[in-house]
Design a protein around this ligand. Sequence first.
Ligand SMILES: Cc1cc2nc3c(=O)[nH]c(=O)nc-3n(C[C@H](O)[C@H](O)[C@H](O)COP(=O)(O)O)c2cc1C
Length: 159
Amino acid sequence: MLTAAMCAPDHGRLRPWRFIMISGDDRRSFGQVLADALQSRQPSATPAALERECAKALRAPLIVVAVAKVAQHQGVPAIEQIIAAGVAASNMLVAAHELGFGGMWRTGAAAYDPGVKSALGLAEEDAIVGFLYLGTPDKRPPPRTLPPFDAFVSHWGRQ
Ligand SMILES: Cc1cc2nc3c(=O)[nH]c(=O)nc-3n(C[C@H](O)[C@H](O)[C@H](O)COP(=O)(O)O)c2cc1C
């Protein structure tokens, strides 16, 4: 999965991605970080809401926090570095599925929360591009129906 991630297209070979792995009992501590952050954002959050937030960290055996560490670079603007980290995360998910695991990419307010970033050892300017919840699926997702491609594709030409 990391091999797939590290092969993401990457302007300038900056490798702006970082992956923070959270597993086992550390997920409980991370759940507490999520709950504390929710309480700071919403001081009126109910105990039930805080408990739900805490339990989010236990949704899968492994959480991969995919991060973009954006460097100042003349030729590679921040957006390209964030895209590269996003593609690395996506590659990781595709590899997980190919290997028979399942994964879900989530963000939510926690991804933008300074308290969560700080607890993960990140700087405020670092971007959490996603929390990848990885594990062995206990059921198959329903087949998806895709909209007609015409709505998303056009052809440009002079003739
Ligand atoms: C950047 C990003 C953030 C996402 N955040 C969430 C999220 O917070 N909650 C959620 O339910 N789905 C989120 N998704 C979508 C899911 O990962 C997933 O794609 C969606 O539920 C559809 O499932 P499927 O891709 O297996 O069909 C996010 C996707 C991306 C690319």
